[in-house]
Write a protein that binds this ligand. Structure first.
Ligand SMILES: Nc1ncnc2c1ncn2[C@@H]1O[C@H](COP(=O)(O)OP(=O)(O)OP(=O)(O)O)[C@@H](O)[C@H]1O
Length: 258
Protein backbone atom coordinates (compact mmCIF):
# COMPACT_ATOMS: atom_id res chain seq x y z
CA UNK A 1 0.00 0.00 0.00
CA UNK A 2 1.43 3.33 -1.04
CA UNK A 3 0.92 6.83 0.09
CA UNK A 4 -0.44 8.96 -2.69
CA UNK A 5 2.58 9.42 -4.92
CA UNK A 6 1.83 12.36 -7.13
CA UNK A 7 0.41 15.46 -5.53
CA UNK A 8 -1.53 17.53 -8.03
CA UNK A 9 -1.07 21.26 -7.96
CA UNK A 10 -3.53 22.81 -5.55
CA UNK A 11 -4.52 26.43 -5.53
CA UNK A 12 -5.09 28.45 -2.40
CA UNK A 13 -8.74 28.84 -3.37
CA UNK A 14 -11.17 27.44 -0.82
CA UNK A 15 -14.15 25.70 -2.44
CA UNK A 16 -15.85 24.50 0.74
CA UNK A 17 -15.66 26.37 4.04
CA UNK A 18 -17.46 25.06 7.13
CA UNK A 19 -17.36 26.86 10.47
CA UNK A 20 -18.74 25.83 13.84
CA UNK A 21 -21.36 23.49 12.40
CA UNK A 22 -23.89 22.03 14.83
CA UNK A 23 -26.44 19.34 13.95
CA UNK A 24 -28.58 17.47 16.48
CA UNK A 25 -31.54 15.11 16.14
CA UNK A 26 -33.42 15.54 19.41
CA UNK A 27 -30.97 14.64 22.16
CA UNK A 28 -28.54 13.11 19.69
CA UNK A 29 -25.91 15.80 19.12
CA UNK A 30 -24.12 14.55 16.01
CA UNK A 31 -21.95 17.46 14.86
CA UNK A 32 -20.74 19.69 17.69
CA UNK A 33 -18.84 22.58 16.19
CA UNK A 34 -17.28 21.14 13.03
CA UNK A 35 -14.73 23.26 11.15
CA UNK A 36 -13.54 22.07 7.75
CA UNK A 37 -12.23 23.48 4.49
CA UNK A 38 -11.59 21.99 1.05
CA UNK A 39 -9.11 23.61 -1.34
CA UNK A 40 -9.55 23.61 -5.12
CA UNK A 41 -7.97 20.50 -6.62
CA UNK A 42 -7.62 18.72 -3.29
CA UNK A 43 -8.72 15.19 -2.31
CA UNK A 44 -9.85 15.32 1.31
CA UNK A 45 -10.62 12.02 3.03
CA UNK A 46 -13.11 12.03 5.92
CA UNK A 47 -12.69 9.12 8.31
CA UNK A 48 -14.81 8.21 11.29
CA UNK A 49 -16.60 5.30 12.87
CA UNK A 50 -20.16 4.40 11.94
CA UNK A 51 -22.70 6.90 13.15
CA UNK A 52 -20.22 9.74 13.72
CA UNK A 53 -22.04 12.00 11.26
CA UNK A 54 -20.11 11.72 7.99
CA UNK A 55 -23.23 11.35 5.85
CA UNK A 56 -24.94 14.11 7.83
CA UNK A 57 -22.01 16.38 6.96
CA UNK A 58 -22.37 15.59 3.24
CA UNK A 59 -26.13 16.24 3.38
CA UNK A 60 -25.48 19.63 4.95
CA UNK A 61 -22.90 20.49 2.26
CA UNK A 62 -25.41 19.85 -0.56
CA UNK A 63 -28.23 21.60 1.31
CA UNK A 64 -30.35 18.46 1.89
CA UNK A 65 -30.23 19.02 5.64
CA UNK A 66 -30.40 22.36 7.48
CA UNK A 67 -27.92 22.59 10.36
CA UNK A 68 -28.94 23.97 13.75
CA UNK A 69 -26.17 26.53 13.46
CA UNK A 70 -22.90 27.21 11.67
CA UNK A 71 -21.63 28.58 8.39
CA UNK A 72 -21.41 26.46 5.22
CA UNK A 73 -20.06 28.13 2.08
CA UNK A 74 -19.73 26.05 -1.11
CA UNK A 75 -18.18 27.62 -4.23
CA UNK A 76 -18.76 31.03 -2.67
CA UNK A 77 -22.45 30.36 -1.97
CA UNK A 78 -23.88 30.35 1.55
CA UNK A 79 -25.74 27.03 1.59
CA UNK A 80 -27.69 27.64 4.80
CA UNK A 81 -29.25 30.84 3.42
CA UNK A 82 -29.86 29.54 -0.13
CA UNK A 83 -33.36 28.98 -1.47
CA UNK A 84 -34.40 25.86 -3.41
CA UNK A 85 -33.59 27.33 -6.83
CA UNK A 86 -30.14 28.45 -5.68
CA UNK A 87 -29.49 25.00 -4.19
CA UNK A 88 -30.57 23.29 -7.43
CA UNK A 89 -28.07 25.45 -9.33
CA UNK A 90 -25.32 24.67 -6.84
CA UNK A 91 -26.00 20.93 -7.03
CA UNK A 92 -25.18 20.99 -10.73
CA UNK A 93 -21.61 21.87 -9.72
CA UNK A 94 -21.37 19.38 -6.86
CA UNK A 95 -21.47 15.72 -7.89
CA UNK A 96 -22.54 13.18 -5.30
CA UNK A 97 -21.55 9.56 -5.81
CA UNK A 98 -23.82 7.41 -3.66
CA UNK A 99 -22.69 4.39 -1.67
CA UNK A 100 -25.01 2.03 -3.61
CA UNK A 101 -24.24 3.61 -7.03
CA UNK A 102 -27.96 4.47 -7.40
CA UNK A 103 -28.23 3.41 -11.04
CA UNK A 104 -31.65 2.95 -12.64
CA UNK A 105 -31.99 -0.81 -13.15
CA UNK A 106 -34.43 -0.51 -16.04
CA UNK A 107 -32.09 1.72 -18.09
CA UNK A 108 -28.98 0.78 -20.03
CA UNK A 109 -25.65 2.28 -19.03
CA UNK A 110 -26.01 4.80 -21.87
CA UNK A 111 -29.48 5.84 -20.70
CA UNK A 112 -28.29 6.11 -17.09
CA UNK A 113 -25.49 8.44 -18.15
CA UNK A 114 -27.68 10.54 -20.45
CA UNK A 115 -30.29 11.05 -17.75
CA UNK A 116 -28.65 13.88 -15.73
CA UNK A 117 -27.56 15.64 -18.90
CA UNK A 118 -30.93 15.57 -20.64
CA UNK A 119 -32.67 16.63 -17.44
CA UNK A 120 -30.37 19.53 -16.60
CA UNK A 121 -28.87 20.86 -19.83
CA UNK A 122 -31.17 22.12 -22.56
CA UNK A 123 -30.71 22.16 -26.33
CA UNK A 124 -27.96 19.56 -26.56
CA UNK A 125 -27.65 17.79 -29.91
CA UNK A 126 -27.60 13.99 -30.16
CA UNK A 127 -23.91 14.18 -31.13
CA UNK A 128 -23.06 16.28 -28.06
CA UNK A 129 -24.86 13.84 -25.76
CA UNK A 130 -23.11 10.85 -27.39
CA UNK A 131 -19.73 12.56 -27.04
CA UNK A 132 -20.32 13.34 -23.34
CA UNK A 133 -21.38 9.72 -22.65
CA UNK A 134 -18.32 8.34 -24.43
CA UNK A 135 -16.00 10.76 -22.62
CA UNK A 136 -17.40 9.81 -19.19
CA UNK A 137 -17.18 6.08 -19.98
CA UNK A 138 -13.64 6.55 -21.23
CA UNK A 139 -12.74 8.30 -17.97
CA UNK A 140 -13.87 5.28 -15.98
CA UNK A 141 -12.45 2.73 -18.45
CA UNK A 142 -15.79 1.12 -19.33
CA UNK A 143 -16.58 2.14 -22.91
CA UNK A 144 -17.53 -1.46 -23.72
CA UNK A 145 -20.37 -1.42 -21.17
CA UNK A 146 -22.37 1.28 -22.97
CA UNK A 147 -25.32 -0.95 -23.97
CA UNK A 148 -25.35 -3.19 -20.91
CA UNK A 149 -27.93 -3.19 -18.14
CA UNK A 150 -26.74 -2.44 -14.56
CA UNK A 151 -27.72 -6.01 -13.54
CA UNK A 152 -25.10 -7.35 -15.98
CA UNK A 153 -22.27 -5.43 -14.29
CA UNK A 154 -20.09 -6.37 -11.32
CA UNK A 155 -20.20 -4.30 -8.13
CA UNK A 156 -16.96 -2.53 -9.06
CA UNK A 157 -18.23 -1.78 -12.58
CA UNK A 158 -21.49 -0.40 -11.15
CA UNK A 159 -19.49 1.90 -8.86
CA UNK A 160 -17.49 3.13 -11.84
CA UNK A 161 -20.64 3.75 -13.90
CA UNK A 162 -22.12 5.59 -10.89
CA UNK A 163 -19.04 7.81 -10.85
CA UNK A 164 -19.25 8.27 -14.64
CA UNK A 165 -22.85 9.39 -14.27
CA UNK A 166 -21.82 11.93 -11.64
CA UNK A 167 -19.11 13.18 -14.02
CA UNK A 168 -21.64 13.86 -16.82
CA UNK A 169 -22.34 17.35 -15.51
CA UNK A 170 -18.60 18.08 -15.12
CA UNK A 171 -18.88 18.96 -11.42
CA UNK A 172 -16.27 21.17 -9.78
CA UNK A 173 -16.64 19.25 -6.52
CA UNK A 174 -17.08 15.48 -6.11
CA UNK A 175 -18.45 13.91 -2.94
CA UNK A 176 -17.82 10.17 -2.70
CA UNK A 177 -19.71 8.21 -0.02
CA UNK A 178 -17.90 4.92 0.76
CA UNK A 179 -16.61 4.42 -2.79
CA UNK A 180 -14.83 1.13 -2.03
CA UNK A 181 -17.33 -0.45 0.38
CA UNK A 182 -17.93 -4.13 -0.33
CA UNK A 183 -15.29 -4.45 -3.06
CA UNK A 184 -12.31 -6.80 -3.24
CA UNK A 185 -8.83 -5.25 -2.74
CA UNK A 186 -7.94 -5.19 -6.45
CA UNK A 187 -11.21 -3.54 -7.44
CA UNK A 188 -10.69 -1.09 -4.55
CA UNK A 189 -7.37 -0.12 -6.10
CA UNK A 190 -9.13 0.45 -9.46
CA UNK A 191 -11.62 2.77 -7.76
CA UNK A 192 -8.84 4.60 -5.89
CA UNK A 193 -6.98 5.11 -9.17
CA UNK A 194 -10.18 6.39 -10.73
CA UNK A 195 -10.68 8.93 -7.92
CA UNK A 196 -7.11 10.15 -8.46
CA UNK A 197 -7.68 10.29 -12.25
CA UNK A 198 -10.81 12.38 -11.76
CA UNK A 199 -8.72 14.76 -9.67
CA UNK A 200 -5.88 14.95 -12.17
CA UNK A 201 -7.79 14.91 -15.48
CA UNK A 202 -10.90 16.83 -14.46
CA UNK A 203 -9.28 19.09 -11.85
CA UNK A 204 -12.06 18.17 -9.42
CA UNK A 205 -11.93 18.94 -5.71
CA UNK A 206 -13.23 15.98 -3.72
CA UNK A 207 -14.37 14.80 -0.32
CA UNK A 208 -14.10 11.03 0.06
CA UNK A 209 -15.95 9.44 2.98
CA UNK A 210 -14.53 6.05 3.82
CA UNK A 211 -13.72 3.48 6.51
CA UNK A 212 -11.08 2.01 4.21
CA UNK A 213 -7.61 3.17 5.27
CA UNK A 214 -5.98 1.83 2.11
CA UNK A 215 -8.31 4.08 0.15
CA UNK A 216 -7.51 6.98 2.51
CA UNK A 217 -3.81 6.48 2.00
CA UNK A 218 -3.99 6.08 -1.77
CA UNK A 219 -6.28 9.01 -2.57
CA UNK A 220 -6.01 11.49 0.31
CA UNK A 221 -3.92 14.63 0.01
CA UNK A 222 -5.31 15.33 3.46
CA UNK A 223 -7.19 13.21 5.97
CA UNK A 224 -9.64 14.47 8.58
CA UNK A 225 -10.87 12.23 11.37
CA UNK A 226 -14.28 12.80 12.96
CA UNK A 227 -14.70 11.86 16.64
CA UNK A 228 -17.25 13.03 19.18
CA UNK A 229 -18.81 15.48 16.77
CA UNK A 230 -15.63 17.30 15.74
CA UNK A 231 -12.61 16.84 13.50
CA UNK A 232 -10.10 15.88 16.18
CA UNK A 233 -7.21 15.15 13.80
CA UNK A 234 -6.32 16.55 10.38
CA UNK A 235 -3.22 16.28 8.23
CA UNK A 236 -1.54 13.83 5.89
CA UNK A 237 -2.34 10.16 6.46
CA UNK A 238 0.92 9.63 8.37
CA UNK A 239 0.40 12.76 10.49
CA UNK A 240 -3.12 11.72 11.48
CA UNK A 241 -2.00 8.29 12.68
CA UNK A 242 1.22 9.45 14.42
CA UNK A 243 -0.45 9.59 17.82
CA UNK A 244 -0.95 7.43 20.91
CA UNK A 245 -4.65 8.41 21.02
CA UNK A 246 -6.37 5.05 21.59
CA UNK A 247 -9.38 5.89 19.41
CA UNK A 248 -7.11 6.62 16.44
CA UNK A 249 -4.92 3.58 17.03
CA UNK A 250 -7.98 1.30 17.34
CA UNK A 251 -9.23 2.55 14.00
CA UNK A 252 -5.83 1.84 12.41
CA UNK A 253 -5.38 -1.63 13.90
CA UNK A 254 -8.92 -2.69 13.12
CA UNK A 255 -8.26 -1.93 9.44
CA UNK A 256 -4.85 -3.51 9.16
CA UNK A 257 -4.63 -6.34 11.64
CA UNK A 258 -8.08 -7.95 11.83
N1 LIG B 1 -32.76 12.14 9.46
C1 LIG B 1 -32.29 11.72 10.63
N2 LIG B 1 -33.08 11.69 11.72
C2 LIG B 1 -32.61 11.29 12.93
N3 LIG B 1 -31.34 10.89 13.15
C3 LIG B 1 -30.50 10.90 12.11
C4 LIG B 1 -30.93 11.30 10.79
N4 LIG B 1 -29.85 11.23 9.96
C5 LIG B 1 -28.82 10.77 10.71
N5 LIG B 1 -29.20 10.58 11.98
C6 LIG B 1 -28.33 10.12 13.08
O1 LIG B 1 -27.13 10.87 13.00
C7 LIG B 1 -26.02 10.04 13.37
C8 LIG B 1 -24.97 10.09 12.28
O2 LIG B 1 -25.46 9.44 11.10
P1 LIG B 1 -24.63 9.35 9.77
O3 LIG B 1 -25.48 8.62 8.78
O4 LIG B 1 -24.12 10.68 9.38
O5 LIG B 1 -23.40 8.43 10.22
P2 LIG B 1 -22.13 8.01 9.37
O6 LIG B 1 -20.92 8.54 10.07
O7 LIG B 1 -22.31 8.39 7.94
O8 LIG B 1 -22.21 6.42 9.54
P3 LIG B 1 -21.85 5.21 8.54
O9 LIG B 1 -20.36 5.19 8.44
O10 LIG B 1 -22.40 4.02 9.26
O11 LIG B 1 -22.54 5.47 7.21
C9 LIG B 1 -26.58 8.65 13.65
O12 LIG B 1 -26.75 8.53 15.05
C10 LIG B 1 -27.93 8.67 12.94
O13 LIG B 1 -28.84 7.82 13.58
Amino acid sequence: MNNKSKKPAQSAETVIEIENLHVAFGDNEVLKGVDLSLQRGENLVVLGRSGTGKSVLIKVIVGLLKPDSGRVVVLGQDVVDSNTTELDQLRLKVGFSFQNSALYDSMTVRENLEFPLVRNVRNLSRAEIDRAVEEALDDVGLKQAINQMPSELSGGQRKRIGIARTLMLKPEIMLYDEPTAGLDPITCTDINNLINDVQERRGASSIIITHDLTCAKEVGDRVAMLFDGQFQRQGTFDEVFATDDKRVQQFYHYNFTE
